[in-house]
Design a protein around this ligand. Structure first.
Ligand SMILES: CC(C)(COP(=O)(O)OP(=O)(O)OC[C@H]1O[C@@H](n2cnc3c(N)ncnc32)[C@H](O)[C@@H]1OP(=O)(O)O)[C@@H](O)C(=O)NCCC(=O)NCCS
Length: 106
């Protein structure tokens, strides 16, 4: 958090080749609902697309994670569709679940 050394969450980017950057993020629950995830994702998406070698910034979330889908949209990403049976979320069960994929490109 600004002005402190206390970690409150994490955001990561995987450079996948072919000019793609894939983001993932998590925020401590007590900090939800303050716009922080969207703020940091917006900053890093814009940073990524300012790099000469990157053309696509994307992320995905579980189909039921509407807050995360909204975070992606607030970061300027466009919803592209559903990745069916894409991701196993151990907290939700052992089977791969459908995910919403969003991206911003240049
Ligand atoms: C998803 C997560 C990162 C959101 O963090 P956050 O800082 O609360 O997000 P923001 O405040 O930037 O934005 C949340 C948006 O979702 C909206 N929202 C929240 N719950 C919602 C729901 N159930 N349905 C629809 N929209 C919802 C909020 O209203 C807000 O949109 P708005 O600003 O237009 O009102 C946080 O909840 C989290 O870490 N969750 C657990 C891990 C996770 O799901 N990570 C993402 C995996 S892809």
């Amino acid at each position: 958090m600004k002005g402190t050394a206390t970690p409150i969450g994490s955001i990561g980017v995987t450079l996948q080749g072919n000019g793609h950057a894939m983001f993932g993020y998590v925020l401590a629950k007590k900090f939800w609902g303050r716009g922080m995830a969207a703020e940091v994702l917006t900053y890093l998406v814009d940073w990524a697309l300012a790099q000469p070698s990157l053309y696509r910034a994307c992320a995905y979330c579980d189909v039921e994670n509407l807050a995360s889908a909204r975070v992606m949209e607030k970061a300027g990403m466009v919803r592209e569709g559903i990745l069916r049976r894409w991701h196993v979320a151990p907290t939700l069960g052992p089977e791969p679940r459908d995910c919403i994929v969003c991206a911003k490109v240049r």
